[in-house]
Design a protein around this ligand. Structure first.
Ligand SMILES: NC(=O)c1ccc[n+]([C@@H]2O[C@H](COP(=O)([O-])OP(=O)(O)OC[C@H]3O[C@@H](n4cnc5c(N)ncnc54)[C@H](OP(=O)(O)O)[C@@H]3O)[C@@H](O)[C@H]2O)c1
Length: 239
């Protein structure tokens, strides 16, 4: 039977790379995000390769939208959340707290809203996979919002893996990965950041979306993996 996967954040970056891998092995993917144009472009890029794909406009920071999708979504085998790559940087005393709250509303509360309203749509044997990030367990001054969102989500994943059992719940925790998340940087600055990462990380490489995508397939496919956080970070956490 064709496996159906809802990928929230699937129009770009890591989510799109997961969609490519799942569609490439015959799965049906449902790409969700806020921007209809971006979703349509991504869906067409998949469909020209013969993939089975559709889109749904969804803002996970708006719980009502998630609840409505919970009433209309046909059952799926897997749900993956990669939404919410943006968070304000800076030390707490200089931080815009409303921007920090907004980032929590999207990535933390949005992921929990998905678990709350949509996990019942996942078929027996299925999975829910969230996305955290290596800063969850690394103390870098100026990254308190990303660190606390991702740390909170990693705790939530372990809790949900018990509460929602036998549904399997996991997270992939990326390190620096070259995606549209950095589209706001100049090409020169972005290249500098990636080169520096490749020089300094034990893996001597920066992350690519396709490297991360393999982690999502690992947790989906391995029936013995739940409550896990899979680090794909080039060794950032041991550096
Ligand atoms: N790239 C890295 O270096 C890195 C490192 C550590 C962790 N991560 C984590 O990996 C995940 C994926 O990041 P990425 O690099 O693939 O970034 P990305 O390309 O910016 O992907 C994020 C996707 O989420 C969607 N999105 C944003 N807000 C949303 C909302 N409220 N509701 C629904 N969809 C929303 C975006 O589309 P719209 O804006 O059109 O909605 C976009 O397609 C994020 O959780 C990020 O924190 C990334």
């Amino acid at each position: 039977m064709t496996q159906r996967t809802l990928i929230i954040g699937g129009a770009t970056g890591i989510g799109f790379a997961v969609a490519q891998l799942l569609a490439g092995r015959g799965g049906h993917v449902i790409l969700a995000g806020r921007d209809d144009n971006k979703l349509s472009d991504a869906c067409q890029r998949l469909q020209v390769t013969g993939a089975s794909a559709e889109t749904v406009v969804l803002n996970i920071a708006d719980e009502k939208q998630v609840a409505i999708l919970g009433k209309t979504l046909e059952p799926v085998d897997h749900i993956i959340v990669t939404a919410g790559s943006q968070a304000p940087g800076g030390v707490l005393t200089a931080l815009d707290l409303s921007a920090a709250r907004q980032a929590f509303n999207t990535k933390f509360w949005g992921s929990l809203a998905v678990a709350h309203h949509l996990s019942g749509k996942i078929k027996p044997g299925g999975t829910l996979t969230l996305t955290t990030g290596f800063l969850s367990r690394r103390t870098v001054p100026g990254t308190i919002v990303k660190t606390t969102i991702n740390a909170a989500l990693e705790s939530a994943v372990k809790m949900l893996a018990k509460e929602l059992s036998p549904l399997r719940v996991n997270a992939v925790s990326p390190g620096l990965t070259n995606t549209e998340a950095y589209a706001g940087m100049t090409l020169k600055d972005r290249q500098k950041m990636l080169t520096r990462a490749a020089e300094n990380l034990p893996a001597k490489a920066y992350g690519r979306a396709e490297d991360q995508a393999k982690g999502y397939l690992f947790v989906i496919d391995n029936p013995y993996v739940t409550g896990s956080v899979v680090d794909i970070d080039g060794g950032a956490l041991i550096n």
